[in-house]
Each structure stands twice: as C-alpha cells, then as structure tokens.
Design a protein around this ligand. Structure first.
Ligand code: NAD
Length: 256
C-alpha cells in the first residue's frame, strides 16, 4: 500500500476532492483526520471505517487558527504522528466578480478560507511533521492562479495565486527538514463547488470551450494526483505546482 503507516490530515473532506482523497488515502493504508465545517463530514469517516480503514472526523473551520490547531493536535493524539497535510478546503462565493463590484465581505471571506485556511494548515503541520521526522504538505490552488478565470472571480483568483506563492516559499524554507510542500491545481471539476456556480447548461458549455479534453474533471482524478504528492513516490518533488486540468493551462487555441 502506498501510504502504509502514514497519518494524513485533510481539510474539506465532507465533499468533492477532500472526500475523494480521504477515501483513496485510507484505502492506501493511511489513517485519516478529516476536517470540515459541514455536518455531513462524519459520513466520510463512516465510509472509511465500513471499508476497514481508520479515520477521525473533526469539526474545524480552517479560517480559525485555534480550530486548525486543535484538529492537527487530534491527529497526533489519536495516531501519534503526522505525515501528510492536504490543505484543500475552499470556497467560491456567488457574488465574487471584478475588482469594482466585489464586496469587501466576499473578499474577506474568500481570503480567510482559501488563503488563511491553507496558512493555518501549514502553521500547525510543520511542527508536527518535524516531530515525525518529515512529511508532505499539499495545498489546493487552481488553474485560475496561473490563467485567470474566464468569468471574473477576483477574490477567488487572488486567493489561489497566494496559495501558489506561499507554497513555493515554504517548500524552500523546509526542504532540508524533509518536509515537502507542493501545490495542486485542479482544472474545472464536476463538484458541488463549481456546479453550483455554473448553474445553467449554457454556463457549463461556455467553460468547457476552454478545456482541450472537452469535459469537466472528476474529484477522483485530482485525488489520484494528491496521492502521488502525498506518497514517497514524489520524494524529490517540492515547490511544484501539479496541474490536473484536462490541458486547460496548455491551451492557446482549442481544437474543434
Ligand atoms: P466542494 O465544495 O465539493 O468541497 C469543499 C469542502 O470544503 C466542503 O466540504 C466544505 O464544507 C469545505 N469547507 C468550506 N469552507 C470551509 C471552512 N471554512 N473550513 C473547513 N471546511 C470548509 O469543492 P471541491 O471542488 O472539492 O474543492 C476543493 C478545493 O479544490 C477547493 O480549494 C477549491 O477551490 C479547489 N478547486 C476546485 C475546482 C473545481 O472546479 N471544483 C477547481 C480548482 C480548484
């Protein structure tokens, strides 16, 4: 098994990429601490246990420093160590648009979850990983951090650009401590986050125009890439931004 004996802290595990990763990592032998604000988060851990895996659900708002601290402490208290932190929870708010019209409230909320949430995860994972002799941190960014968004979502795009920047800096800072820090940039996925934003067939078709593969990605396809970054197979990979995007960031013109 690819994560045998490892302990993984994952955020945003009630749905989408986070849930897919929690189930995949558990199936590869990791013990999971699954953190989310949603009431349905416990279902993820119930599925893990029903398949013979080990996991603990924690209610934590990643934008709140003390709640992330408590969640990471739970991992060490329950399983004795921390090897993997997948800082994945994120929001895309409905009224996020251009710089002129986006409300301060939307900017603050987006940065609090998408940027501070990732920083908090790193803040508490690094000392825990030092105690474990090293580890792998994976921060979920987005293709929009590299490309911009087709329809403006300035707070979201800015938050994801910041995730890329902090990932690079932390990768260099902790490289000699055997702590690897990488970003994962999904393309447009068929998850709740994007489908509730692209809420008509017309909007969905418009987004797919830019995707060379001509389809939305699945949460499982991103979880598979996260598994590579989490495992020792990526032992010489740090400071990278792994695109899992159906070719969108490679597209200058899209084939008919
Ligand atoms: P999702 O909405 O299915 O899952 C996000 C999860 O995060 C939910 O379970 C939600 O409850 C949780 N969450 C939200 N705010 C939280 C908070 N403050 N504290 C703790 N948990 C919180 O979305 P997803 O598509 O799986 O997105 C996961 C990550 O992937 C996000 O960072 C998102 O920005 C990123 N991403 C998604 C897409 C896409 O097309 N879906 C593309 C690029 C990047």
């Amino acid at each position: 098994m690819r994560l045998d004996g490892k302990v993984a802290f994952i955020t945003g595990t009630a749905s989408g990429i986070g849930r897919a990763a929690a189930l995949l990592f558990a199936g590869e032998g990791a013990r999971i601490v699954a953190a989310d604000i949603s009431e349905t988060n416990h279902e993820t851990v119930e599925i893990i246990r029903s398949k013979g895996g080990e996991g603990t659900a924690v209610r934590a708002d990643v934008s709140v420093d003390a709640e992330v601290a408590r969640a990471v402490r739970t991992a060490e208290a329950a399983y004795g160590r921390l090897d993997i932190a997948f800082n994945n929870a994120g929001v895309m708010l409905a009224d996020d648009a251009d710089a002129v019209s986006t409300s301060e409230e939307t900017i603050d909320k987006t940065l609090a979850v998408n940027l501070k949430g990732v920083l908090h995860g790193c803040k508490y994972a690094v000392p825990a990983m030092r105690r474990s002799g090293g580890g792998s941190i994976i921060n979920t960014a987005s293709f929009v951090a590299s490309m911009g968004a087709a329809t403006p979502q300035i707070a979201y795009t800015a938050s994801k650009g910041a995730v890329l920047s902090l990932t690079r800096e932390l990768a260099v800072l902790h490289a000699r401590e055997n702590i690897r820090v990488n970003a994962l940039s999904p393309g447009p996925l068929r998850t709740e986050l994007l489908m509730s934003y692209l809420d008509t067939e017309k909007k969905r078709e418009r987004r797919l125009v830019h995707v060379p593969m001509g389809r939305f990605g699945e949460a499982d396809e991103v979880a598979a890439a996260a598994l590579f970054l989490a495992s020792d197979e990526s032992s010489y990979v740090t400071g990278a931004n792994l695109m899992v995007d159906g070719g969108i960031t490679a597209a200058y013109v899209t084939p008919d």
